[in-house]
Design a protein around this ligand. Structure first.
Ligand code: ADP
Ligand code: ZN
Length: 604
């Protein structure tokens, strides 16, 4: 049997395992079960791919997204691995030939969707074949506590009973504590080991800012990423259409993606995003799961996501290659009301709705945080970090102040005006404005009328947002966004508690940290010779186009950069570059060596 390390070197072209990879791989190769929680880009795939190659038989990889299986299979084939997918989009003859290969033990890995795996004929086939392992990717889909529950996944629980002696490895990048427990129980992994890598994605720079002119804010952000690819998440299909059309008019290579588009358009847009450079995908959350594009440089949220797990996963699609990447989220009160109404109008049971509301509150806490974003984010997953110096609050700290008096004034005014008006009206009462509706309701006679004159409107808005985020006030979505006191708010007034809030956001933005990081990389010579890099990219594009593959399947940016720095002149020198394995050198070595040699001759 070939050792995991020699496979890593020869097949993948990497020198050493990262973090827990080696421990996980040894554990699975020895025939045990495991649950693996590792951030995006952490290297989860190798944790099941290498054991599939080490153990006898075929590795069965359960993955939720048919559309992306083909890319993964293609990438494996490029490494000389015998891989295939089985899914509903394939011709029956093709499916039969893959099945034959499984039975004959002529294949290393097969990707399947859970619904296919659980079909009686497929299970029967598996029972007649030698199975190396079952890998359940995106395992959070198993759990109702997770943020992307898929009913088909729950039936995967049957695997434990049917194939008790075959190792099962479940992997995900996002799961809070209750979700983890649920996955382990449902998939029968209690006898296995849990491997939790840290959640931190140090190369992602986080910014969360108030929404004022969302389109312009996003456009400015995209412009700081000229010539790079990224994703802009919107709340609705309509928002996606509007924004994509508008960005296009503004000169961006923007494409829409949402579940309302027909399958052909979706597939086409996704393909352009994967295969071309500097494309902005404007999308609902229907886009992104399983997208393995390593060089997504930015992710923007035009509105708040559903909760912290969703935010972590969506932003996690940036910077899988470990190079600097940027996440921007815009948020406003209207978004909060919208998310609340999504929860309320869902058909979920009451208990589930309460959980969703709590999760949304935690997200609002992140938005209003005065301390490091990364710390708040990691704390949510019970992980810890020092202030990161790579987020907006670290680089541009927000002051806090004793807001006890302001909070008392705000809560009393909400209470006295009957707990049914929106923030705008309540603020007018607080500030003693001559809004004609105020005398109509007799609110100019209330003792609270005008008690908040000394605080600006902008400051009141910030205070109200923080009180909603801190769950002292609730937004009544059924009643057009009226606000009322929560039990927590009532308690605050009764117990005469004190509170500190962060100072309203200053709108001056610091220069993008990503730019600074990039400049640093460049200074270190990290970009290598830019002419050579461009030439290498051109070779890559030509090779990719000829096979109709995304460029990163040939080599990642990181690998090309290392070539541009080290300028290998021989096959062995090229082999020593990270990401260059034996198959890749056979296929492409000469093309890249020639490009480097030509460049060197011209330079000489
Ligand atoms: P995940 O599935 O956890 O998001 P991947 O398995 O796609 O991450 O790995 C992310 C990137 O890191 C890929 O480009 C992969 O080839 C690379 N990678 C994984 N393990 C190693 C390693 N030990 N050394 C170098 N690169 C690695
Ligand atoms: Zn920070």
């Amino acid at each position: 049997m070939t050792s995991p390390l020699s496979i890593l070197k020869k097949t993948y072209g990497y020198d050493s395992f990262r973090g827990e990879q080696a421990a996980i791989i040894d554990h699975i190769v020895a025939g045990n079960h495991a649950f693996v929680l590792m951030p995006t880009g952490g290297g989860k795939s190798l944790c099941y791919q290498i054991p599939s190659l080490c153990r006898a038989g075929v590795g069965i990889i359960v993955s939720p997204l048919i559309a992306l299986m083909q890319d993964q299979v293609e990438a494996l084939k490029q490494l000389g691995i015998r891989a295939a997918a089985i899914n509903s989009s394939m011709e029956p003859a093709h499916v039969s030939s893959v099945k034959r290969a499984i039975r004959a033990g002529e294949i290393d890995m097969v990707y399947v969707a859970p619904e296919r795996l659980l079909m009686p004929d497929f299970l029967e086939l598996l029972e007649q074949s030698t199975i190396a392992l079952f890998a359940i990717d995106e395992a959070h889909c198993v759990s109702q506590w997770g943020h992307d529950f898929r009913p088909h996944y729950t039936q995967l629980a049957d695997l434990a009973a049917r194939f008790p002696n075959i190792p099962r490895i479940a992997l995900t990048a996002t799961a809070d504590a209750p979700t983890r427990k649920d996955i382990v129980e449902r998939l029968g992994l209690t006898s296995g080991r849990t491997f939790v890598a840290g959640f931190d994605r140090p190369n992602i720079h986080y910014t969360i800012t108030l929404k004022d002119s969302p389109k312009q804010q996003i456009l400015r952000f995209i412009k700081t990423h000229a010539d790079e690819s990224g994703i802009v998440y919107c709340l609705s299909r309509q928002n996606v259409e509007d924004m994509a059309a508008w960005l296009k008019k503004e000169g961006c290579k923007a494409l829409p993606y949402h579940a309302g588009l027909d399958a052909a358009t979706r597939a086409k847009n996704q393909e352009i995003f994967l295969k071309e450079e500097s494309v902005v995908m404007v999308a609902t959350i229907a886009f992104g799961m399983g997208i393995n594009k390593p060089d997504v440089r930015f992710v923007a949220h035009m509105s708040i996501p559903k909760n912290i797990e969703a935010y972590y996963q969506e932003t996690g699609r940036a910077g899988r290659d470990g190079l600097p990447a940027e996440a921007l989220m815009l948020y406003g009160m209207a978004d909060v009301a919208m998310q609340r109404s999504f929860i309320e109008n869902s058909t979920a049971p009451e208990q589930q709705k309460r959980i969703e509301h709590h999760k949304l509150n935690a997200l609002l806490g992140l938005c209003e945080a005065a301390c490091c974003r990364r710390q708040v984010l990691l704390e949510y997953f019970n992980d810890h970090a020092a202030p990161c110096n790579n987020c907006d609050t670290c680089l541009n700290p927000r002051e806090t102040f004793d807001a006890t008096l302001e909070t008392q004034k705000a809560l009393s005014t909400v209470y006295r005006t009957g707990q049914r008006f929106g923030v705008g009206y309540v603020t007018d009462v607080l500030m003693g404005k001559d809004n004609p509706r105020i005398p109509q309701f007799g609110h100019d006679n209330l003792p609270v009328y005008g008690i908040g004159k000394d605080t600006s409107k902008n400051d009141w808005q910030s205070i109200f947002r923080q009180l909603v985020a801190g769950n002292l006030l609730e937004v009544d979505t059924a009643e057009h966004g009226g606000i009322r006191l929560s039990p927590r708010g009532l308690q605050f007034l009764k117990q005469k508690e004190s509170i500190r809030l962060s100072r309203p956001e200053q709108r001056t933005r610091t220069a993008s940290k990503t730019r600074e990081l990039k400049a640093a990389v460049e200074q270190l010579g990290g970009e290598g010779d830019s002419h050579l890099l461009a030439a290498l990219k051109a070779v890559r594009t030509a090779l990719a186009k000829a096979q109709n593959l995304p460029p990163y399947v040939i080599f990642h940016d990181k690998t090309l950069r290392e070539m541009a720095i080290r300028k290998p002149g021989t096959r062995d020198q090229l082999l020593s570059i990270s990401g260059v394995g034996e198959q890749k050198i056979e296929r492409y070595g000469q093309a890249f060596l020639t490009a480097i040699a030509e460049h060197e001759n011209q330079a000489a």
